[in-house]
Design a protein around this ligand. Structure first.
Ligand code: NAD
Length: 500
């Protein structure tokens, strides 16, 4: 297929990957095309053109995928092989991902509307996450001796079995890495449900895993709609653990379904993070960084700083600096090298962003920077301009997750008020504090009711630092840390009374 999606030719390996009549899911080591014949089309958000038809699995077929994961757990040597051999296989997968980085990144960029350089970072991140957990698992001693009077006692840790993972569309490949790497390193098998808008990189990864020698059934992918395929996975009683990343609304449904089967569930949900900017900052540098944060992946980032709380003394200066920067952002197709900000993922998401600008204005917010639809010559994609709103923090645009390049501004007068304003939200994911005063840094950061606080930076992710949300932003432990690996072992205690 000669692809005219982007202004530049696609990589031959990407063309040949896209050039399939139907992309199957991936179950028990091979593609599975649904017997129902149902498919869902996935599109390039930058051009609006169709990329691929992807098979939509029925509940029975999802059950087959869970069966394949359980079969691989019981009958392949994945769960029982020496941990260093399993780690070696995961390193081989990480090496293969790295080798194919440009190919996977272009597929991801096309499918998710992600600027290509950012997609390359996401692909590298998955390889790094695999290695991080593969190495850590080798140092995990499964047996812990317990010093208790009159008994010989210990605990023993083992993997759970088949683990389900449901992912959103904003960081499809990177989030798969954060989710499945600790599960695989611990010896579990996985069933991945990617979002219907961005299923392609998950399929690519599952195929690569077979090529490097992971046993069939260790990584399965079930594609289809959330309402059918996703719901079938979360309601499957043979899943041993579930992890969901997405919106609080769907998270509740997944948690309810898991609750009915008493399956443990982890939820990584949305956010409405604050950046608290004090009057001692370098205004120009802070404006640079926060403008970059709100336009990063077109604002479709759960942990983004979407409420900018700024000390009144520097408020006007800061707002002017941000308006200047955001007005100049180069919007374009995600594969165009000049592009700084690509499209949002779909027409539906574009309507959502524009809808919040309207609703916010109707409730009395002012638009300091207008925002609205953007046009890019030669493309019919879902482009929007960055926007800055200001007003009461009770406004719908200050309270609800917009998931676009829109920040909401409000001034504060002192530290106490700033903390109260930052915590005036039903979410609890990530905030940042901007100040040169190191004695204030810890006080303010630790007063935030949220899973994560960053200092003089936003969107900081380091392997080894736990990342998770509270309140409407999630429950059940988070990702990226040693604790995450432990989540993927179940523990058995063994006790023998010592006779006297
Ligand atoms: P979403 O909740 O609409 O969908 C997420 C996934 O759930 C998709 O795969 C979808 O198909 C599936 N799904 C939909 N209905 C379902 C159902 N009834 N049962 C089971 N599965 C179902 O979220 P989205 O729009 O894809 O992603 C955006 C959301 O994800 C935002 O709220 C964002 O903040 C959040 N997010 C959170 C994190 C985090 O780490 N905390 C990371 C990325 C995104």
């Amino acid at each position: 297929m000669s692809n005219t999606i982007a202004s530049q030719p696609l990589l031959p390996a990407v063309e040949s990957f896209l050039d399939r009549p139907v992309h199957g899911s991936f179950v028990a080591g091979k593609p599975l095309v649904s017997g129902s014949g149902e498919t869902i089309a996935t599109h390039d958000p930058g051009s609006g053109k169709k990329l691929a038809e992807v098979s939509a699995l029925t509940a029975e077929e999802v059950d087959r995928a869970v069966g394949a994961a359980n079969e691989a757990f019981e009958s392949s040597d994945w769960a029982t092989m020496p941990v260093n051999e399993r780690a070696a296989l995961l390193h081989r997968l990480a090496d293969a991902v790295e080798k194919q980085r440009d190919v996977i990144a272009q597929i991801e960029s096309l499918d998710a509307g992600k600027v290509q350089a950012q997609a390359q970072g996401d692909v590298q991140n998955l390889a790094d996450t695999l290695r991080y957990f593969a190495d850590m698992a080798q140092h995990m001693n499964p047996r812990t001796t317990l010093a208790v009077k009159g008994h010989e006692a210990w605990t023993y840790r083992k993997p759970w079995g088949a683990c389900g993972f449901i992912f959103p569309w904003n960081f499809p490949f990177l989030l798969i890495g954060w989710g499945i790497s600790p599960a695989l390193a611990a010896g579990n098998t996985v069933v991945i449900k990617p979002a219907e808008d961005t299923p392609l990189s998950a399929i690519y990864l599952a195929e690569l895993a077979i090529e490097v020698g992971l046993p069939a059934g260790v990584i399965n992918v079930v594609t289809g709609s959330g309402a059918k395929t996703g719901a079938a996975l979360s309601a499957n009683p043979n899943i041993r653990r579930m992890s969901f990343t997405g919106s609080p609304e769907v998270g509740r449904m997944v948690a309810e379904a898991c609750g009915r089967n008493l399956v443990p569930v982890k939820l990584e949900l949305g956010g409405k993070g604050a950046a608290v900017v004090f009057d001692d900052v370098d205004v120009s540098q802070t404006a640079d960084k926060l403008s970059a944060a709100i336009t990063f992946h077109t604002g479709q980032v759960c942990c983004d700083a979407t409420r900018w709380l700024v000390h009144r003394k520097v408020y006007d200066q800061f707002v002017d600096a941000c308006v200047e920067r955001l007005s100049q952002v180069k919007i374009g197709h995600q594969l165009d090298e000049q592009t700084q900000m690509g499209p949002v993922v779909s027409a539906k998401q574009r309507e959502r962003v524009l809808g919040y600008l309207d609703k916010g204005r109707q409730q009395g917010a002012t638009c300091v920077l207008e925002g609205g639809p953007a046009t890019v010559e030669g493309y019919q994609g879902h482009f929007v301009k960055p926007a800055l709103m200001a007003g009461s923090l009770d406004n719908v645009a200050a309270q609800e997750e917009i998931f676009g390049p829109v920040a909401y501004l409000a001034p504060f007068d002192d530290e106490k008020q700033a903390i109260q304003m930052a915590n005036h939200t039903s979410y609890g994911l990530a905030n940042s504090v901007w100040t040169e005063d190191l004695s204030r840094v810890a006080r303010v950061a630790e007063s935030m009711v949220a899973g994560n606080s960053w200092i003089n930076a936003h969107n900081v992710f380091v392997h080894g630092v736990p990342y998770g949300g509270i309140k409407q932003s999630g429950m059940g432990g988070g990702v990226l840390s040693p604790e995450t690996l432990m989540d993927y072992y179940r523990s058995t205690s063994v006790v023998r009374p010592l006779s006297d």
